[in-house]
Design a protein. Structure first.
Length: 94
């Protein structure tokens, strides 16, 4: 599958969280593009606990037009550290 069911669920979660936290609908949600993935070339997590890191990194890579081939389970520790560092430095996108 191309993962569209998952993408639509994540998008609904983002909308629900925005409405809950900001007390308003997510602005410009019609401008978001859900990008399906090719299961033959899309990196996959190999365990049951790195899904959040993979989700954050996919969003980061896709938003910067970076190729997904440099993302994979073998680099997940580096990705986790990058996320933590951006939060500590105050450079994380909020």
């Amino acid at each position: 599958s191309d993962g569209m069911d998952y993408l639509e669920a994540i998008m609904q979660y983002v909308k629900d969280e925005h409405k809950d936290k900001k007390k308003a609908p997510l602005p410009n949600d019609d401008e978001w593009e859900l990008v399906p993935c090719d299961p033959r070339t899309t990196p996959r997590q190999l365990n049951g606990f790195d899904c959040g890191v993979f989700t954050c990194m996919f969003i980061d890579f896709l938003s910067k037009d970076c190729p997904l081939d440099s993302l994979g389970q073998e680099r997940i520790t580096q990705c986790r550290e990058r996320i933590a560092l951006s939060i500590l430095n105050g450079t994380a996108f909020v």
